[in-house]
Design a protein around this ligand. Structure first.
Ligand code: MN
Length: 225
């Protein structure tokens, strides 16, 4: 294609054991997918999980620092299992949904909590609180077939463990998340889905070293600069 301006770079994430990288098309995120986190956010136990999104260029590949963003004084970590799709479709039944999975990664849904609370109070959209630059650091993707990860998901700030739970505690499991997403969008190869965070979200400040992991999937670490 001949471009009238310099073409934007394709965002991509490294893959464990592969020279090739995973190109990112779109980033969907699930909100309130762990009951204890839903409660700490003031949610009602009957509220089902829901989706929001981040732009692909919010992704921060492993090995990079994260710049403390402007316009916030309360920047929060949310450790999440991330699903990477190799195939797509619309109205995908949950029984077929795992066939779409390329692999899994560990990600952090970085949130300007002060802006999010303000937006919630006024019934305004979440883009500025969720979809800002460098708001989605991620580990390498681990190719995966079969039953999704179920084990420990954790995050530490400066060596102190802040979030520590089990992926098995998700309200919507991975297959249900993909099925639900595909009722709202045609999902496609290159899509990443952040599957929600467990309880224990909290602030990060400049200089903090943040580490996180999902058992069997991998770990990530980055510094807030
Ligand atoms: Mn989240």
């Amino acid at each position: 294609m001949q471009s009238v301006i310099e073409a934007p770079a394709q965002v991509s994430v490294p893959v464990e054991g592969e020279a090739g990288r995973f190109p990112v098309r779109r980033v969907l995120c699930v909100g309130r997918n762990y009951a204890a986190h839903r409660r700490e956010m003031g949610g009602d136990d009957r509220d089902p999980p829901f989706f929001f999104s981040k732009p692909a260029d919010a992704i921060v590949p492993p090995g990079n620092d994260v710049a403390y963003p402007p316009a916030t004084a309360n920047l929060h970590h949310e450790i999440e299992l991330v699903v990477a799709l190799k195939a797509g479709g619309a109205d995908v039944p949950a029984e077929k949904a795992l066939d779409l999975v390329y692999g899994y990664a560990v990600g952090v849904d970085i949130t300007r909590r002060d802006l999010q609370n303000k937006a919630k109070g006024k019934g305004q959209p979440w883009e500025a609180s969720k979809g800002f630059d460098q708001s989605a650091p991620i580990s390498a993707i681990r190719p995966w077939t079969g039953a999704p990860p179920q084990g420990r998901i954790w995050l530490s700030v400066e060596g102190q463990v802040k979030q520590d739970a089990l992926v098995a505690d998700m309200i919507w499991n991975v297959a249900e998340i993909i099925a639900e997403a595909s009722k709202l969008w045609r999902v496609a190869p290159g899509d990443l889905i952040f599957t929600g965070t467990p309880e224990g979200v909290g602030p990060m400040v400049r200089g903090d070293l943040v580490k996180g992991g999902v058992e069997g999937v991998g770990e990530l670490s980055f510094r807030i600069v």
